[in-house]
Design a protein around this ligand. Sequence first.
Ligand code: GUN
Ligand code: FE
Length: 417
Amino acid sequence: MYALKGNIVHAPKFGEVEITENGFITIDDGRIEGIYPKLPDGFSGIHVIDYSDKLILQSFCDMHLHAPQYPMLGMGLDLPLLEWLKTYTFKTEAAFSDNEYAKRVYARLAKELVDSGTTRVCMFSSVHTDATVLLMNELEKAGITGYVGKVNMDRNSDPCIQETTEQSMRETLRWLNGCDVFTKIKPMLTPRFTPSCTNELLEWIGSLAKERNLPIQSHLSENLAEMDWVKELHPDCEQYWESYAKYGLFGERTIMAHCVHCDDREIAALKSNKVTVAHCPDSNINLASGIAPIRKMIECGVSVALGSDIAGGAHLSMTEVIASAIRASKMKRIQSEWQTEFLSVAEGYYLGTTAGAKFFGFKDGFASGDMFHAVVIDDSNMCNAKEMSVMERFERSIYLAKKEDIVAVYSDGIKIK
Ligand code: GUN
Ligand code: FE
């Protein structure tokens, strides 16, 4: 058992941060034991890592990002979604047929995730089985936890990465066989989005998910042209979500990214099917898709967490994504003639940490019994600790902290930076 000492800030509830100034968080066998203002007598002999006046925050969960788009951050963002995919994205992903290149890029990505304090992810790879295993290996080596998916795509793509239906099925099984060696990174089935997959493939993925109890990730109602296209492809479905639901791809273990244009009916379906929404504000705005109505979703009881969606989003850092979610929510408030509440910093922090962690089975905030995931922020370059409260310093850190300010990262009970 050991303890970390510092200013502990966590989000046990949506909209509430709990602060323990100059407190202790005790860790036993990688799991959180408790948070104390003073170390209890019984613990007096344990090793204390003294972070003195620094901030100890929950580490971040990126619930939607595309690893093979890491080399194209900030590229082509003047195009709308479908043109951006055709012009840049598919071609960038095609390069991951080269394993050497994949290993190099993914090692850099894993390092930047750690440096940014992201320790739990739900990540898209490309269609390439070997590069996907290399990606999982790099993440696992770096100490990151979560899910990665080999993408399935057997229609309406670019010839440079499109699979045949048979190939997509065969390669998915080969990939799953190669995943047994990993302990921190697990497989997640990843039909790219409805237009990329034939009905036969979607049906097969749905039965595989059921048979092997695997989680699923995809995209939903991101862009109006995309939604019209889904209507054409699935005339039997009244709404986009039904194209997933009819194949068993829309349930408790599903993450749907974006959900920008979900109306009341689609939001009710997200809720009743217990689907988690990955809100990606940076991407929503970069691709001018719109801004997801997450306040309404949360009020309706839908689970909402945050994603960077690189490279639709241009920033990997989840503090930037949280700040972006807050700004997007304020635009939504302005657009709605002040009818919609914006996100507070406390709410944004919850969405970027606890909300995502719940998908992986974690409890609320720094909860006893959960594996320890945390970042330590040295804000001395941006704040004068003597003049500000810990809450004010926390707020500034969410808006301003850079990788250099994140001086330690703990993931799954282990110090990884
Ligand atoms: N929809 C299908 N593929 C993608 C992708 O790579 N990025 C985003 N933002 N939306 C998608
Ligand atoms: Fe995406």
